[in-house]
Design a protein around this ligand. Structure first.
Ligand code: PMP
Length: 360
């Protein structure tokens, strides 16, 4: 803390991302990255662009990329916004659609950036409890509010809320914007993108960080009625004209064009998730029904915190949240089959030694 800090810098409690360790080589299952590299076409595009035109500013409107995403989702360019990671897109959306005098709603257990943005932009917010089974209850989002944000599938619970329930939430909030954050939807969830043609208050946000293996490039996008997209453009153009660089724009275009590679890698992640979920259940773990590229697991006999530190000592990083209701769960990103097998072996050893200790 310094006397030079603004009141905002003093009061804000920043979001803490998962570790990116440099001290040793870990099996990294802690930040929901894709274990497979991006499409070779993406790498070719980056190499080509790096040799071509970095001297010049990129297109501030990213028209090529907006057109590519619009074509992919059968929409119009005016319904597409792109940004530097979906975190940035979400931040712009909070600024574009939510006002300080009205209370915004989101689940009590969800992506922990939402409360940080609410604080940063001075927005009142109320958290709506998930059910005991970590389900989002649509009826709890009716009534006066200044906006709603829901991650679907939710993080870190990995659970999905179905389309009918989302429609119920949108229809009972026609005077405020409902943001559906679909960061993980490509791993088996059901997207509500096509609903943007019916509901002018729906904004769907997605990312290329997970299903398109581009977390390191920082690419996200939002889809909605053109009036919502215009508001996002107004905020972006008052903040930074060039949020996406030339390499990122070119990489994203190719990532969308290589549909086959995208489907193949998503399927591999889903197959690994299903296999490992079965193995963990046999070991006594309780798991939510994951539609994401991670699982949310708890063991009835051993504390998640102990498993987290035990795995870390064995060179395997997973995510542990020391928060009410979820402090006995681990969020484990789906890695390659080999990585997941190592993780399972390490867990088996930890269970053996812990259960052995408690039996003494
Ligand atoms: N939404 C959710 C629910 C997430 O878990 C994440 C990843 N931390 C993001 C958005 C942001 O992803 P990115 O900024 O990499 O697009």
């Amino acid at each position: 803390m310094s006397k030079y800090w603004s009141e905002l810098a003093k009061k804000i409690e920043p979001y803490v991302p998962g570790e990116q360790p440099k001290d040793r080589k870990y099996i990294k299952l802690n930040t929901n990255e894709n274990p497979y590299p991006p499409s070779p076409r993406v790498i070719d595009a980056i190499n080509r662009l790096a040799n071509e035109s970095l001297r010049l500013y990129p297109d501030p409107n990213c028209d090529d990329l907006r057109d590519t995403i619009a074509l992919y989702h059968r929409l119009h360019r005016s319904q597409v916004f792109v940004g530097n990671g979906s975190d940035e897109v979400l931040a712009f959306a909070f600024m574009a659609f939510f006002d300080p005098d009205k209370t915004i709603l989101f689940p009590d257990i969800t992506y922990s950036f939402y409360p940080v943005y609410a604080e940063l932009f001075n927005l009142k917010h109320r958290t709506v409890p998930l059910s005991d089974d970590f389900d989002i209850i649509a009826g709890d989002y009716a009534g006066e509010n200044g906006g709603i944000i829901i991650a679907n599938p939710n993080a870190p619970t990995a659970k999905q809320i179905d389309k009918e329930a989302i429609i119920k939430i949108i229809e009972s909030n026609l005077n405020s914007v409902v943001i559906i954050d679909e960061a993980y939807v490509d791993f088996g969830g059901e997207s509500v993108i096509q609903l943007i043609n019916d509901y002018p208050n729906l904004l769907v946000v997605q990312t290329l960080s997970k299903s398109r293996s581009l977390a390191g490039m920082r690419l996200g996008f939002a889809l909605g009625h053109q009036d919502l997209i215009q508001a996002l453009d107004r905020i972006k153009n008052s903040f930074n004209s060039y949020t996406l660089d030339r390499l990122a724009i070119g990489a994203a275009v190719e990532a969308f064009k290589d549909e086959e590679y995208f489907r193949e890698t998503c399927l591999k992640v889903v197959n690994t998730r299903e296999r490992i979920s079965g193995v963990l259940k046999e070991m006594g773990f309780k798991l939510t029904d994951s539609k994401a590229n991670f699982i949310f697991a708890s063991h009835p006999k051993i504390k998640a915190r102990d498993l987290f530190s035990g795995l870390r000592e064995k060179g395997i990083l997973v995510r542990y949240f020391n928060k009410p209701r979820i402090d006995n769960y681990l969020r484990i990103t789906i890695g390659t089959d080999e990585e997941m097998d190592c993780m399972v072996e390490a867990l088996k050893l930890l269970l053996e030694s812990n259960l052995g200790d408690s039996a003494k």
